[in-house]
Write a protein that binds this ligand. Structure first.
Ligand code: ADP
Length: 292
């Protein structure tokens, strides 16, 4: 008798990367070729059909690439299998997508099905971890439209309520494939805190509480977010914050994590600008001034 949003069924599907992809494929949404695998022989068989490289993914519990391994040839399989396969409920494989860019869309859906999308953004990953987000993505109107449509269809299909981060691959021929969806405010939407009329966090609360949805429009022509990723392991020891903040337009967020780990998301910087290039130059420079 207690309402929970997003619905438990939405979360159950998303939690399992294989079930998630199966739902999308069954609804004819464009996804990379994939298959569930039960033993190493299944992976070798998939490699024969899909070719190398092949991406082995833990079905549960992966984030920031921690549940993934790329196989360049059969020799890579034993190590990757040992790393991932003992995690219930097992693993899946995917064809390696030769994407020219990774895109993301934050989709917002209310309890009664009203849907709004934030602008399509380009995300740049480093070692499978999001490093930079460029808003908006500078692409043809047709490509932007296919990205928005696919993202919206994915959230509607799962009856999503709240904010969802939809990750996409852009292919050289202009096609867009669905990578995966996150049932929550997402790193690719952190720029919305300063750069949009209503942030992804506020809109998530509005959606799950049944309040009117806020505008998802940009307040500036462009915005760029750069993640502050850990570069060593140990207690946090922040330096360079004054220097970074001395640049006009720099918005700094530190997450209060006490321990730094290599690649760990420790905070981010957002800069608004007249163009993505102008904002990115300032955000990247400010990020290099900070050491954690
Ligand atoms: P996580 O849940 O850990 O974020 P993802 O499946 O989104 O895992 O993968 C993280 C990153 O790995 C993606 O952003 C992309 O850069 C790369 N990746 C994932 N799947 C593929 C694929 N099939 N082909 C090419 N690169 C991939």
């Amino acid at each position: 008798g207690i309402a929970i949003y997003p619905h438990a069924a939405t979360l159950a599907t998303i939690q399992d990367k294989l079930m998630q992809k199966q739902r999308f494929a069954a609804a004819d949404l464009a996804v990379p070729a994939f298959r569930g695998v039960n033993d190493p022989a299944d992976v070798i068989a998939a490699a024969q059909d899909f070719g190398y490289p092949l991406v082995l993914k833990a079905r549960y519990g992966g984030y920031d690439g921690y549940g993934n391994a790329t196989l360049h040839h059969a020799d890579d399989l034993p190590t990757a299998w040992a790393k991932l396969a003992d995690r219930p409920p097992g693993v899946m494989v995917e064809q390696f997508v030769p994407f020219i860019a990774e895109l993301a869309v934050i989709v917002l859906r209310s309890r009664d099905g009203e849907i709004r999308t934030y602008p399509v953004v380009e995300t740049v990953q480093q070692n499978h971890i999001c490093h930079v987000v460029r808003a908006p993505a500078t692409l043809s109107p047709e490509t932007l439209q296919s990205a928005l449509t696919l993202a919206r269809q994915a959230v509607e299909l799962l009856d999503g309520v709240g904010v969802f981060g939809v990750e996409l691959f852009l292919l050289a021929d202009g096609r867009v494939l669905l990578n995966e969806i996150a049932p929550r405010p997402h790193n690719s939407g952190h720029y919305t805190i300063e750069a949009c009329i209503t942030s992804q966090f506020e809109n998530h609360l509005r959606a799950v509480l049944g309040l009117p949805l806020g505008s998802t429009e940009l307040r500036a022509p462009a915005a760029v977010m750069v993640n502050l990723l850990g570069a060593r392991n140990g207690p946090i020891d922040p330096w360079g914050i004054r220097a970074a903040l001395a640049t006009p337009g720099v918005h700094l967020h530190l997450y209060g994590k006490r321990e730094v780990r290599v690649g760990r998301k420790m905070g981010h910087i957002t800069v608004l600008g007249e163009s993505v290039d102008a904002a990115e130059a300032i955000a990247r420079k400010a990020a290099t001034e900070i050491t954690l």
